[in-house]
Design a binder for this molecule. Structure first.
Ligand code: ADP
Length: 586
């Protein structure tokens, strides 16, 4: 079981770890992408610079070979050159140099001695110096042409030497024609760039740089053998070489990296692009301070952090909602289960109650029936005994009279069973016909006419006829007779007994009120008067099923029967729906 505080701690840890990871990864990715974009850009620039340099060299590449074919030069080099010839050659080279636009032109004899040079007028003139130790000379002697970048031994100015052999008619080596190129314009132009531009030779020594302090730096360690060779050829002559310490931070691609460089201005990170120049064996470098990488990395990591937070809280929110919904669902199910269980319990209890009520009703009925039937039976028994005595004594006339009383007792028992039969015949959908309620009232009053007359009851009628209802005329009469008989019972001791019968229509129903001034029903009895076997009459006078049967009949016909007290007596209201079929076809 995970406790609440542990869960919160875990969530916080997840939040922080995710935040850190998202920011870090996004930052790194964005930085790399920005560096890559910058690197692409720098690379384009670098190839532009390399093009410039190559174009410059290419302009002079063929020059020494062309000059070496000059017949005058060739013939003069066949033998030793005297002063006059030298002067002529100096002038010629000076002219050619001016025309070609090269830095210096010089002519070496077969030993490497400079017999003539375009700069013969200057104090730094090459004339008279031997350059046999320079590699371009030995290369030219061996292969016909040579090239070399080095610092001028006399001038101290670095330059690119391109040489071509001067050959005799038989192809023998007579000497070398040499062009020296310096790149002041190029370096000047490059110096205006904000990027650092370097050119290194095959051994990794920087010999061209557009910013001070970067020239004559070794990009990689130089072996002792190479160092000795460089001393022998006096390539960088008196220039001291110092290593340039640099370390790759990230490799971005072929010839492209992020490097930390301990340069002349201090340590700094550079985007370092390198492009080889295969024709000369050099390498061009472009070093640029990365500009947008850091800021785009920051922006990306902030965005990623924000996105992670949003996602995290959204996830948390959705999880919480899901949990709430689950809890709600569970409690709903629990509630439904409880309701079902309670309903089942209630139904069981109800069934039990009904059963108990049925048994109670059965008991009540049995008791009442036993009482009702016992009385006439006992009376009959006694009467039969006295009848036998009378017959024994030959009192025939008296016996006949006594038999009349037997009739009455039997009629009473028959009436009782008749009542019960009605109650039992509670079949739904009995006889249904169009019945006129006014007629039912008349018939019932006729049936009870002798009793009403004997009791001297005043009857007031207000009947709005015809009042058509759907039902069974005989049973409706039974209901009305019941109501009238009860009223008569209630009026038994009244000095001025009165009955009111009122029939009226209210909406879609007929209302028939039977009221008396017989004292009414006790308030406490009102709710029970329709219960079977409820009676307030002395034993033998009432069975208590008249109203219950009436109630059942009226309900079966879709109506209602209600009891209330009004004035000095009770009022029973019978209400039945109007029979529409009869109304529509009068
Ligand atoms: P019974 O007439 O056999 O008692 P009923 O079901 O017809 O059975 O009536 C039940 C009881 O309702 C009567 O005992 C009486 O207390 C009461 N009751 C019925 N009609 C009237 C009435 N018009 N006035 C007063 N009480 C009445």
């Amino acid at each position: 079981m995970i406790t609440r505080s542990l869960r919160i701690a875990l969530l916080t840890l997840l939040l922080l770890a995710g935040l850190f990871l998202a920011m870090h990864l996004a930052g790194q990715r964005a930085e790399r992408q920005a560096l890559r974009d910058e690197s692409d850009h720098a690379r384009e620039q670098l190839s532009l610079y390399s093009g410039n340099l190559r174009a410059l060299i290419d302009r002079f590449r063929a020059l020494p070979a062309v000059l070496a074919l000059d017949p005058e030069i060739r013939s003069l080099l066949r033998s030793a050159v005297d002063n006059q010839q030298q002067h002529l050659l100096n002038l010629k080279l000076e002219r050619m140099n001016r025309a070609a636009g090269s830095t210096t032109l010089e002519l070496l004899d077969r030993t490497g001695l400079a017999v003539a040079a375009s700069n013969w007028r200057l104090p730094t003139s090459y004339v008279g110096h031997n350059y046999g130790f320079r590699p371009y000379f030995s290369e030219t002697r061996a292969k016909g042409s040579g090239r070399f970048y080095g610092v001028g031994v006399v001038s101290g100015i670095p330059g690119y030497f391109l040489a071509s052999a001067v050959q005799g008619d038989a192809g023998e080596f007579l000497g070398a024609m040499v062009v020296k190129l310096e790149f002041p314009e190029l370096e000047q132009e490059w110096a205006q760039r904000s990027d650092l531009i370097l050119v290194s030779d095959a051994r990794g020594v920087v010999f061209i740089a557009n910013q001070p302090g970067w020239r004559y730096r070794e990009l990689q360690p130089i072996s002792a053998e190479h160092r000795a060779e460089m001393a022998a050829t006096r390539q960088y002559d008196k220039q001291p070489l110092a290593p340039l310490i640099h370390r790759t931070l990230t490799t971005l691609g072929d010839g492209s990296r992020l490097a930390r460089v301990d340069g002349p201005g201090g340590t700094a990170d550079y985007l370092w692009e390198s492009l080889p120049l295969p024709s000369e064996g050099w390498t061009l470098h472009l070093l640029r301070t990365p500009q947008g990488a850091a800021s785009s990395a920051r922006a990306a990591s902030l965005a990623a952090g924000g996105a992670w937070l949003a996602l995290f809280f959204l996830g948390l929110f959705l999880h919480q909602r899901w949990r709430l919904a689950r809890i709600r669902q569970r409690s709903r199910e629990e509630l439904e289960r409880l309701v079902e269980q309670r309903t089942a319990d209630l139904r069981a209890a109800q069934d039990g109650l009904i059963q108990a009520a049925k048994l109670a009703a059965l008991g009540q009925m049995s008791a009442a029936l036993a009482h009702e039937i016992n009385q006439p039976l006992t009376a009959l028994q006694m009467h039969l005994a006295s009848l036998r005595l009378m017959l024994d004594n030959g009192q025939l006339e008296q016996a006949r009279k006594a038999l009349g009383r037997h009739d009455e007792l039997l009629r009473r028992m028959a009436a009782l069973t008749g009542h019960l039969k009605t109650y039992a015949r509670k079949t739904p959908g009995g006889l249904r016909e169009c019945v006129e309620l006014g007629g039912v009232v008349d018939k019932s009053l006729q049936l009870l006419a002798p009793n009403l007359r004997d009791a001297r009851v005043r009857i007031s009628q207000a009947l709005s006829v015809p009042a058509w209802v759907s039902g069974d005329a005989i049973r409706l009469e039974q209901v009305l007779v019941n109501l009238l008989r009860n009223a008569l019972d209630a009026l038994a001791d009244q000095p001025d007994p009165q009955l009111w019968i009122n029939l009226r229509r209210e909406g879609d129903a007929w209302h028939l009120d039977v009221a008396d001034n017989g004292g009414g029903i006790a308030e406490a009895d009102l709710p029970q008067v329709f219960d079977p076997f409820f009676t307030t009459k002395p034993a033998g006078a009432g069975l208590g099923i008249g109203l219950a049967v009436s109630y059942a009949i009226v309900h079966e016909l879709g109506g209602t029967l209600k009891a209330a007290n009004r004035g000095a007596g009770a009022v029973f209201s019978l209400c039945l729906p109007v029979d529409k079929t009869r109304e529509e076809t009068p």
